[in-house]
Ligand binder design. Structure first.
Ligand SMILES: Cc1ncc(COP(=O)(O)O)c(C=O)c1O
Length: 376
């Protein structure tokens, strides 16, 4: 068997990954006692009894699965209720729910971009938006991270009829905020559309967790489209596109990852709706998550982030993995990102703060983080 035959090439690739310290790992966390500073359950709602009850009650009423595409028989009143409530919460006139945030991103870009559309994409955009660009087959210009002048140049030099600008409002790995006000000004002046992924901002940023677009008065603007996930602050599963009713209608008719996918499972829609009620009734939760993030930032010597994600550069992938292992030995779970997940090739620890971390939790975390993070 030569090295390029199957499955020998899998073994060759695995050996190469292992040598460079880039082997990805599945991490089990059920039953573990580690303090979680790695997951995205920013408000601690995934196990909240009200959210779990929302899932259980919806399962009893609607069943475990939607049973078909939303266009066949899979649209249930729990979907439309979720869409109505999420649109009202975030300040957009309409919403469409997807089975994941990944599908939401694939859908909105694929349905809005074609070969006569220039996509201008930040270099640190999430993999789902990168895949969305590929699915759309539109020409793409990648700009340096948060480089508004580069976005302006790309838009000014375009030959295509339409243009989309892609950004995350709070970046998933770097944890910093996009210059959304400047980007919104640019798209308005260039007859373009801003697609802003609020996955890491909903529930942690903006008034009562309504997101960074709401914080800047941009929610509901016709040339601004938001995407989001129900799997992070809302502790459930599923994705959202938020925009104008005409956009919703277009997606229902044109977005392949929506049309050819079974509708969002009713129990997670019910869980997300219950989580939304919790967030609306406790507008202090987002501020708690951000305050806890500032405490952790202080412990590792980085600036307080815009949301709940902290990024800590490490010398290399081996050092990042070693820090994760040592932290776990001391009772805390932290995450790390290494190439190819980091477009700039820098390995990083990724820490997340949660609203339900106690002062005691934060003290322990600070102590261990000082041990595993190299001094700046
Ligand atoms: C920025 C960003 N967008 C989209 C997604 C995808 O969301 P989901 O997990 O709901 O598919 C994620 C993470 O999972 C993300 O970090």
């Amino acid at each position: 068997m030569n090295e390029s035959s199957f499955p020998a090439w899998l073994a060759a690739q695995a050996a190469d990954r292992a040598g460079r310290g880039l082997t990805r790992q599945l991490v089990h966390s059920d039953g573990e006692r580690l303090l979680d500073l790695a997951g995205n359950d920013y408000l601690g709602l995934a196990r909240d009894p009200r959210v779990v009850a929302g899932a259980a009650e919806t399962a009893r009423s609607y069943g475990a699965g939607a049973g078909a595409s939303r266009l066949v028989s899979g649209t249930l009143s729990i979907h439309t209720e979720l869409e109505r409530e999420m649109a009202a919460f975030t300040g957009f006139p309409a919403a469409l729910a997807f089975s994941t945030g990944y599908h939401a991103n694939l859908s909105v870009v694929q349905a809005l971009a074609d070969s006569d559309t220039l996509i201008v994409s930040d270099a640190h955009i999430h993999a789902s938006l990168i895949d969305a660009c590929r699915l759309s087959r539109a020409p793409v210009t990648v700009t340096a991270h948060n480089d508004v002048a580069a976005v302006a140049r790309a838009l000014a030099g375009r030959s295509q009829r339409r243009a989309l600008v892609l950004a995350e409002t709070i970046y998933s790995v770097l944890g910093d905020a996009a210059p959304v006000a400047e980007l919104a000004e640019l798209v308005a002046a260039s007859d373009a559309v801003l697609i802003a992924d609020e996955a890491h901002a909903l529930g942690v940023a903006g008034p009562g967790g309504r997101g960074l677009l709401a914080a800047h008065g941009l929610a509901g603007r016709p040339d601004v489209v938001a995407t989001g996930t129900l799997s992070k602050s809302f502790g459930a599963q599923g994705g959202l596109v938020l925009g104008q009713p005409a956009l919703r209608e277009h997606l229902v008719n044109r977005a392949r990852p929506f049309i050819y996918d079974t509708g969002l499972a009713p129990p997670v829609a019910g869980a997300a709706l219950a989580a939304l009620q919790v967030v609306k009734a406790a507008p202090e939760l987002p501020g708690k998550a951000r305050r806890n993030a500032a405490v952790l930032a202080d412990a590792v010597g980085v600036a307080a982030p815009a949301g709940a994600v902290l990024s800590v550069p490490m010398p290399g992938p081996h050092e990042a993995l070693a820090a994760v292992a040592t932290a776990a030995e001391h009772g805390i779970r932290i995450g790390c990102f290494r190439p190819p997940s980091t477009p700039d090739g820098i390995s990083r620890l990724r820490l997340t703060a949660h609203a339900d971390h106690t002062d005691e939790n934060l003290e322990l975390a600070a102590k261990i983080l000082r041990l595993v993070v190299p001094a700046p």
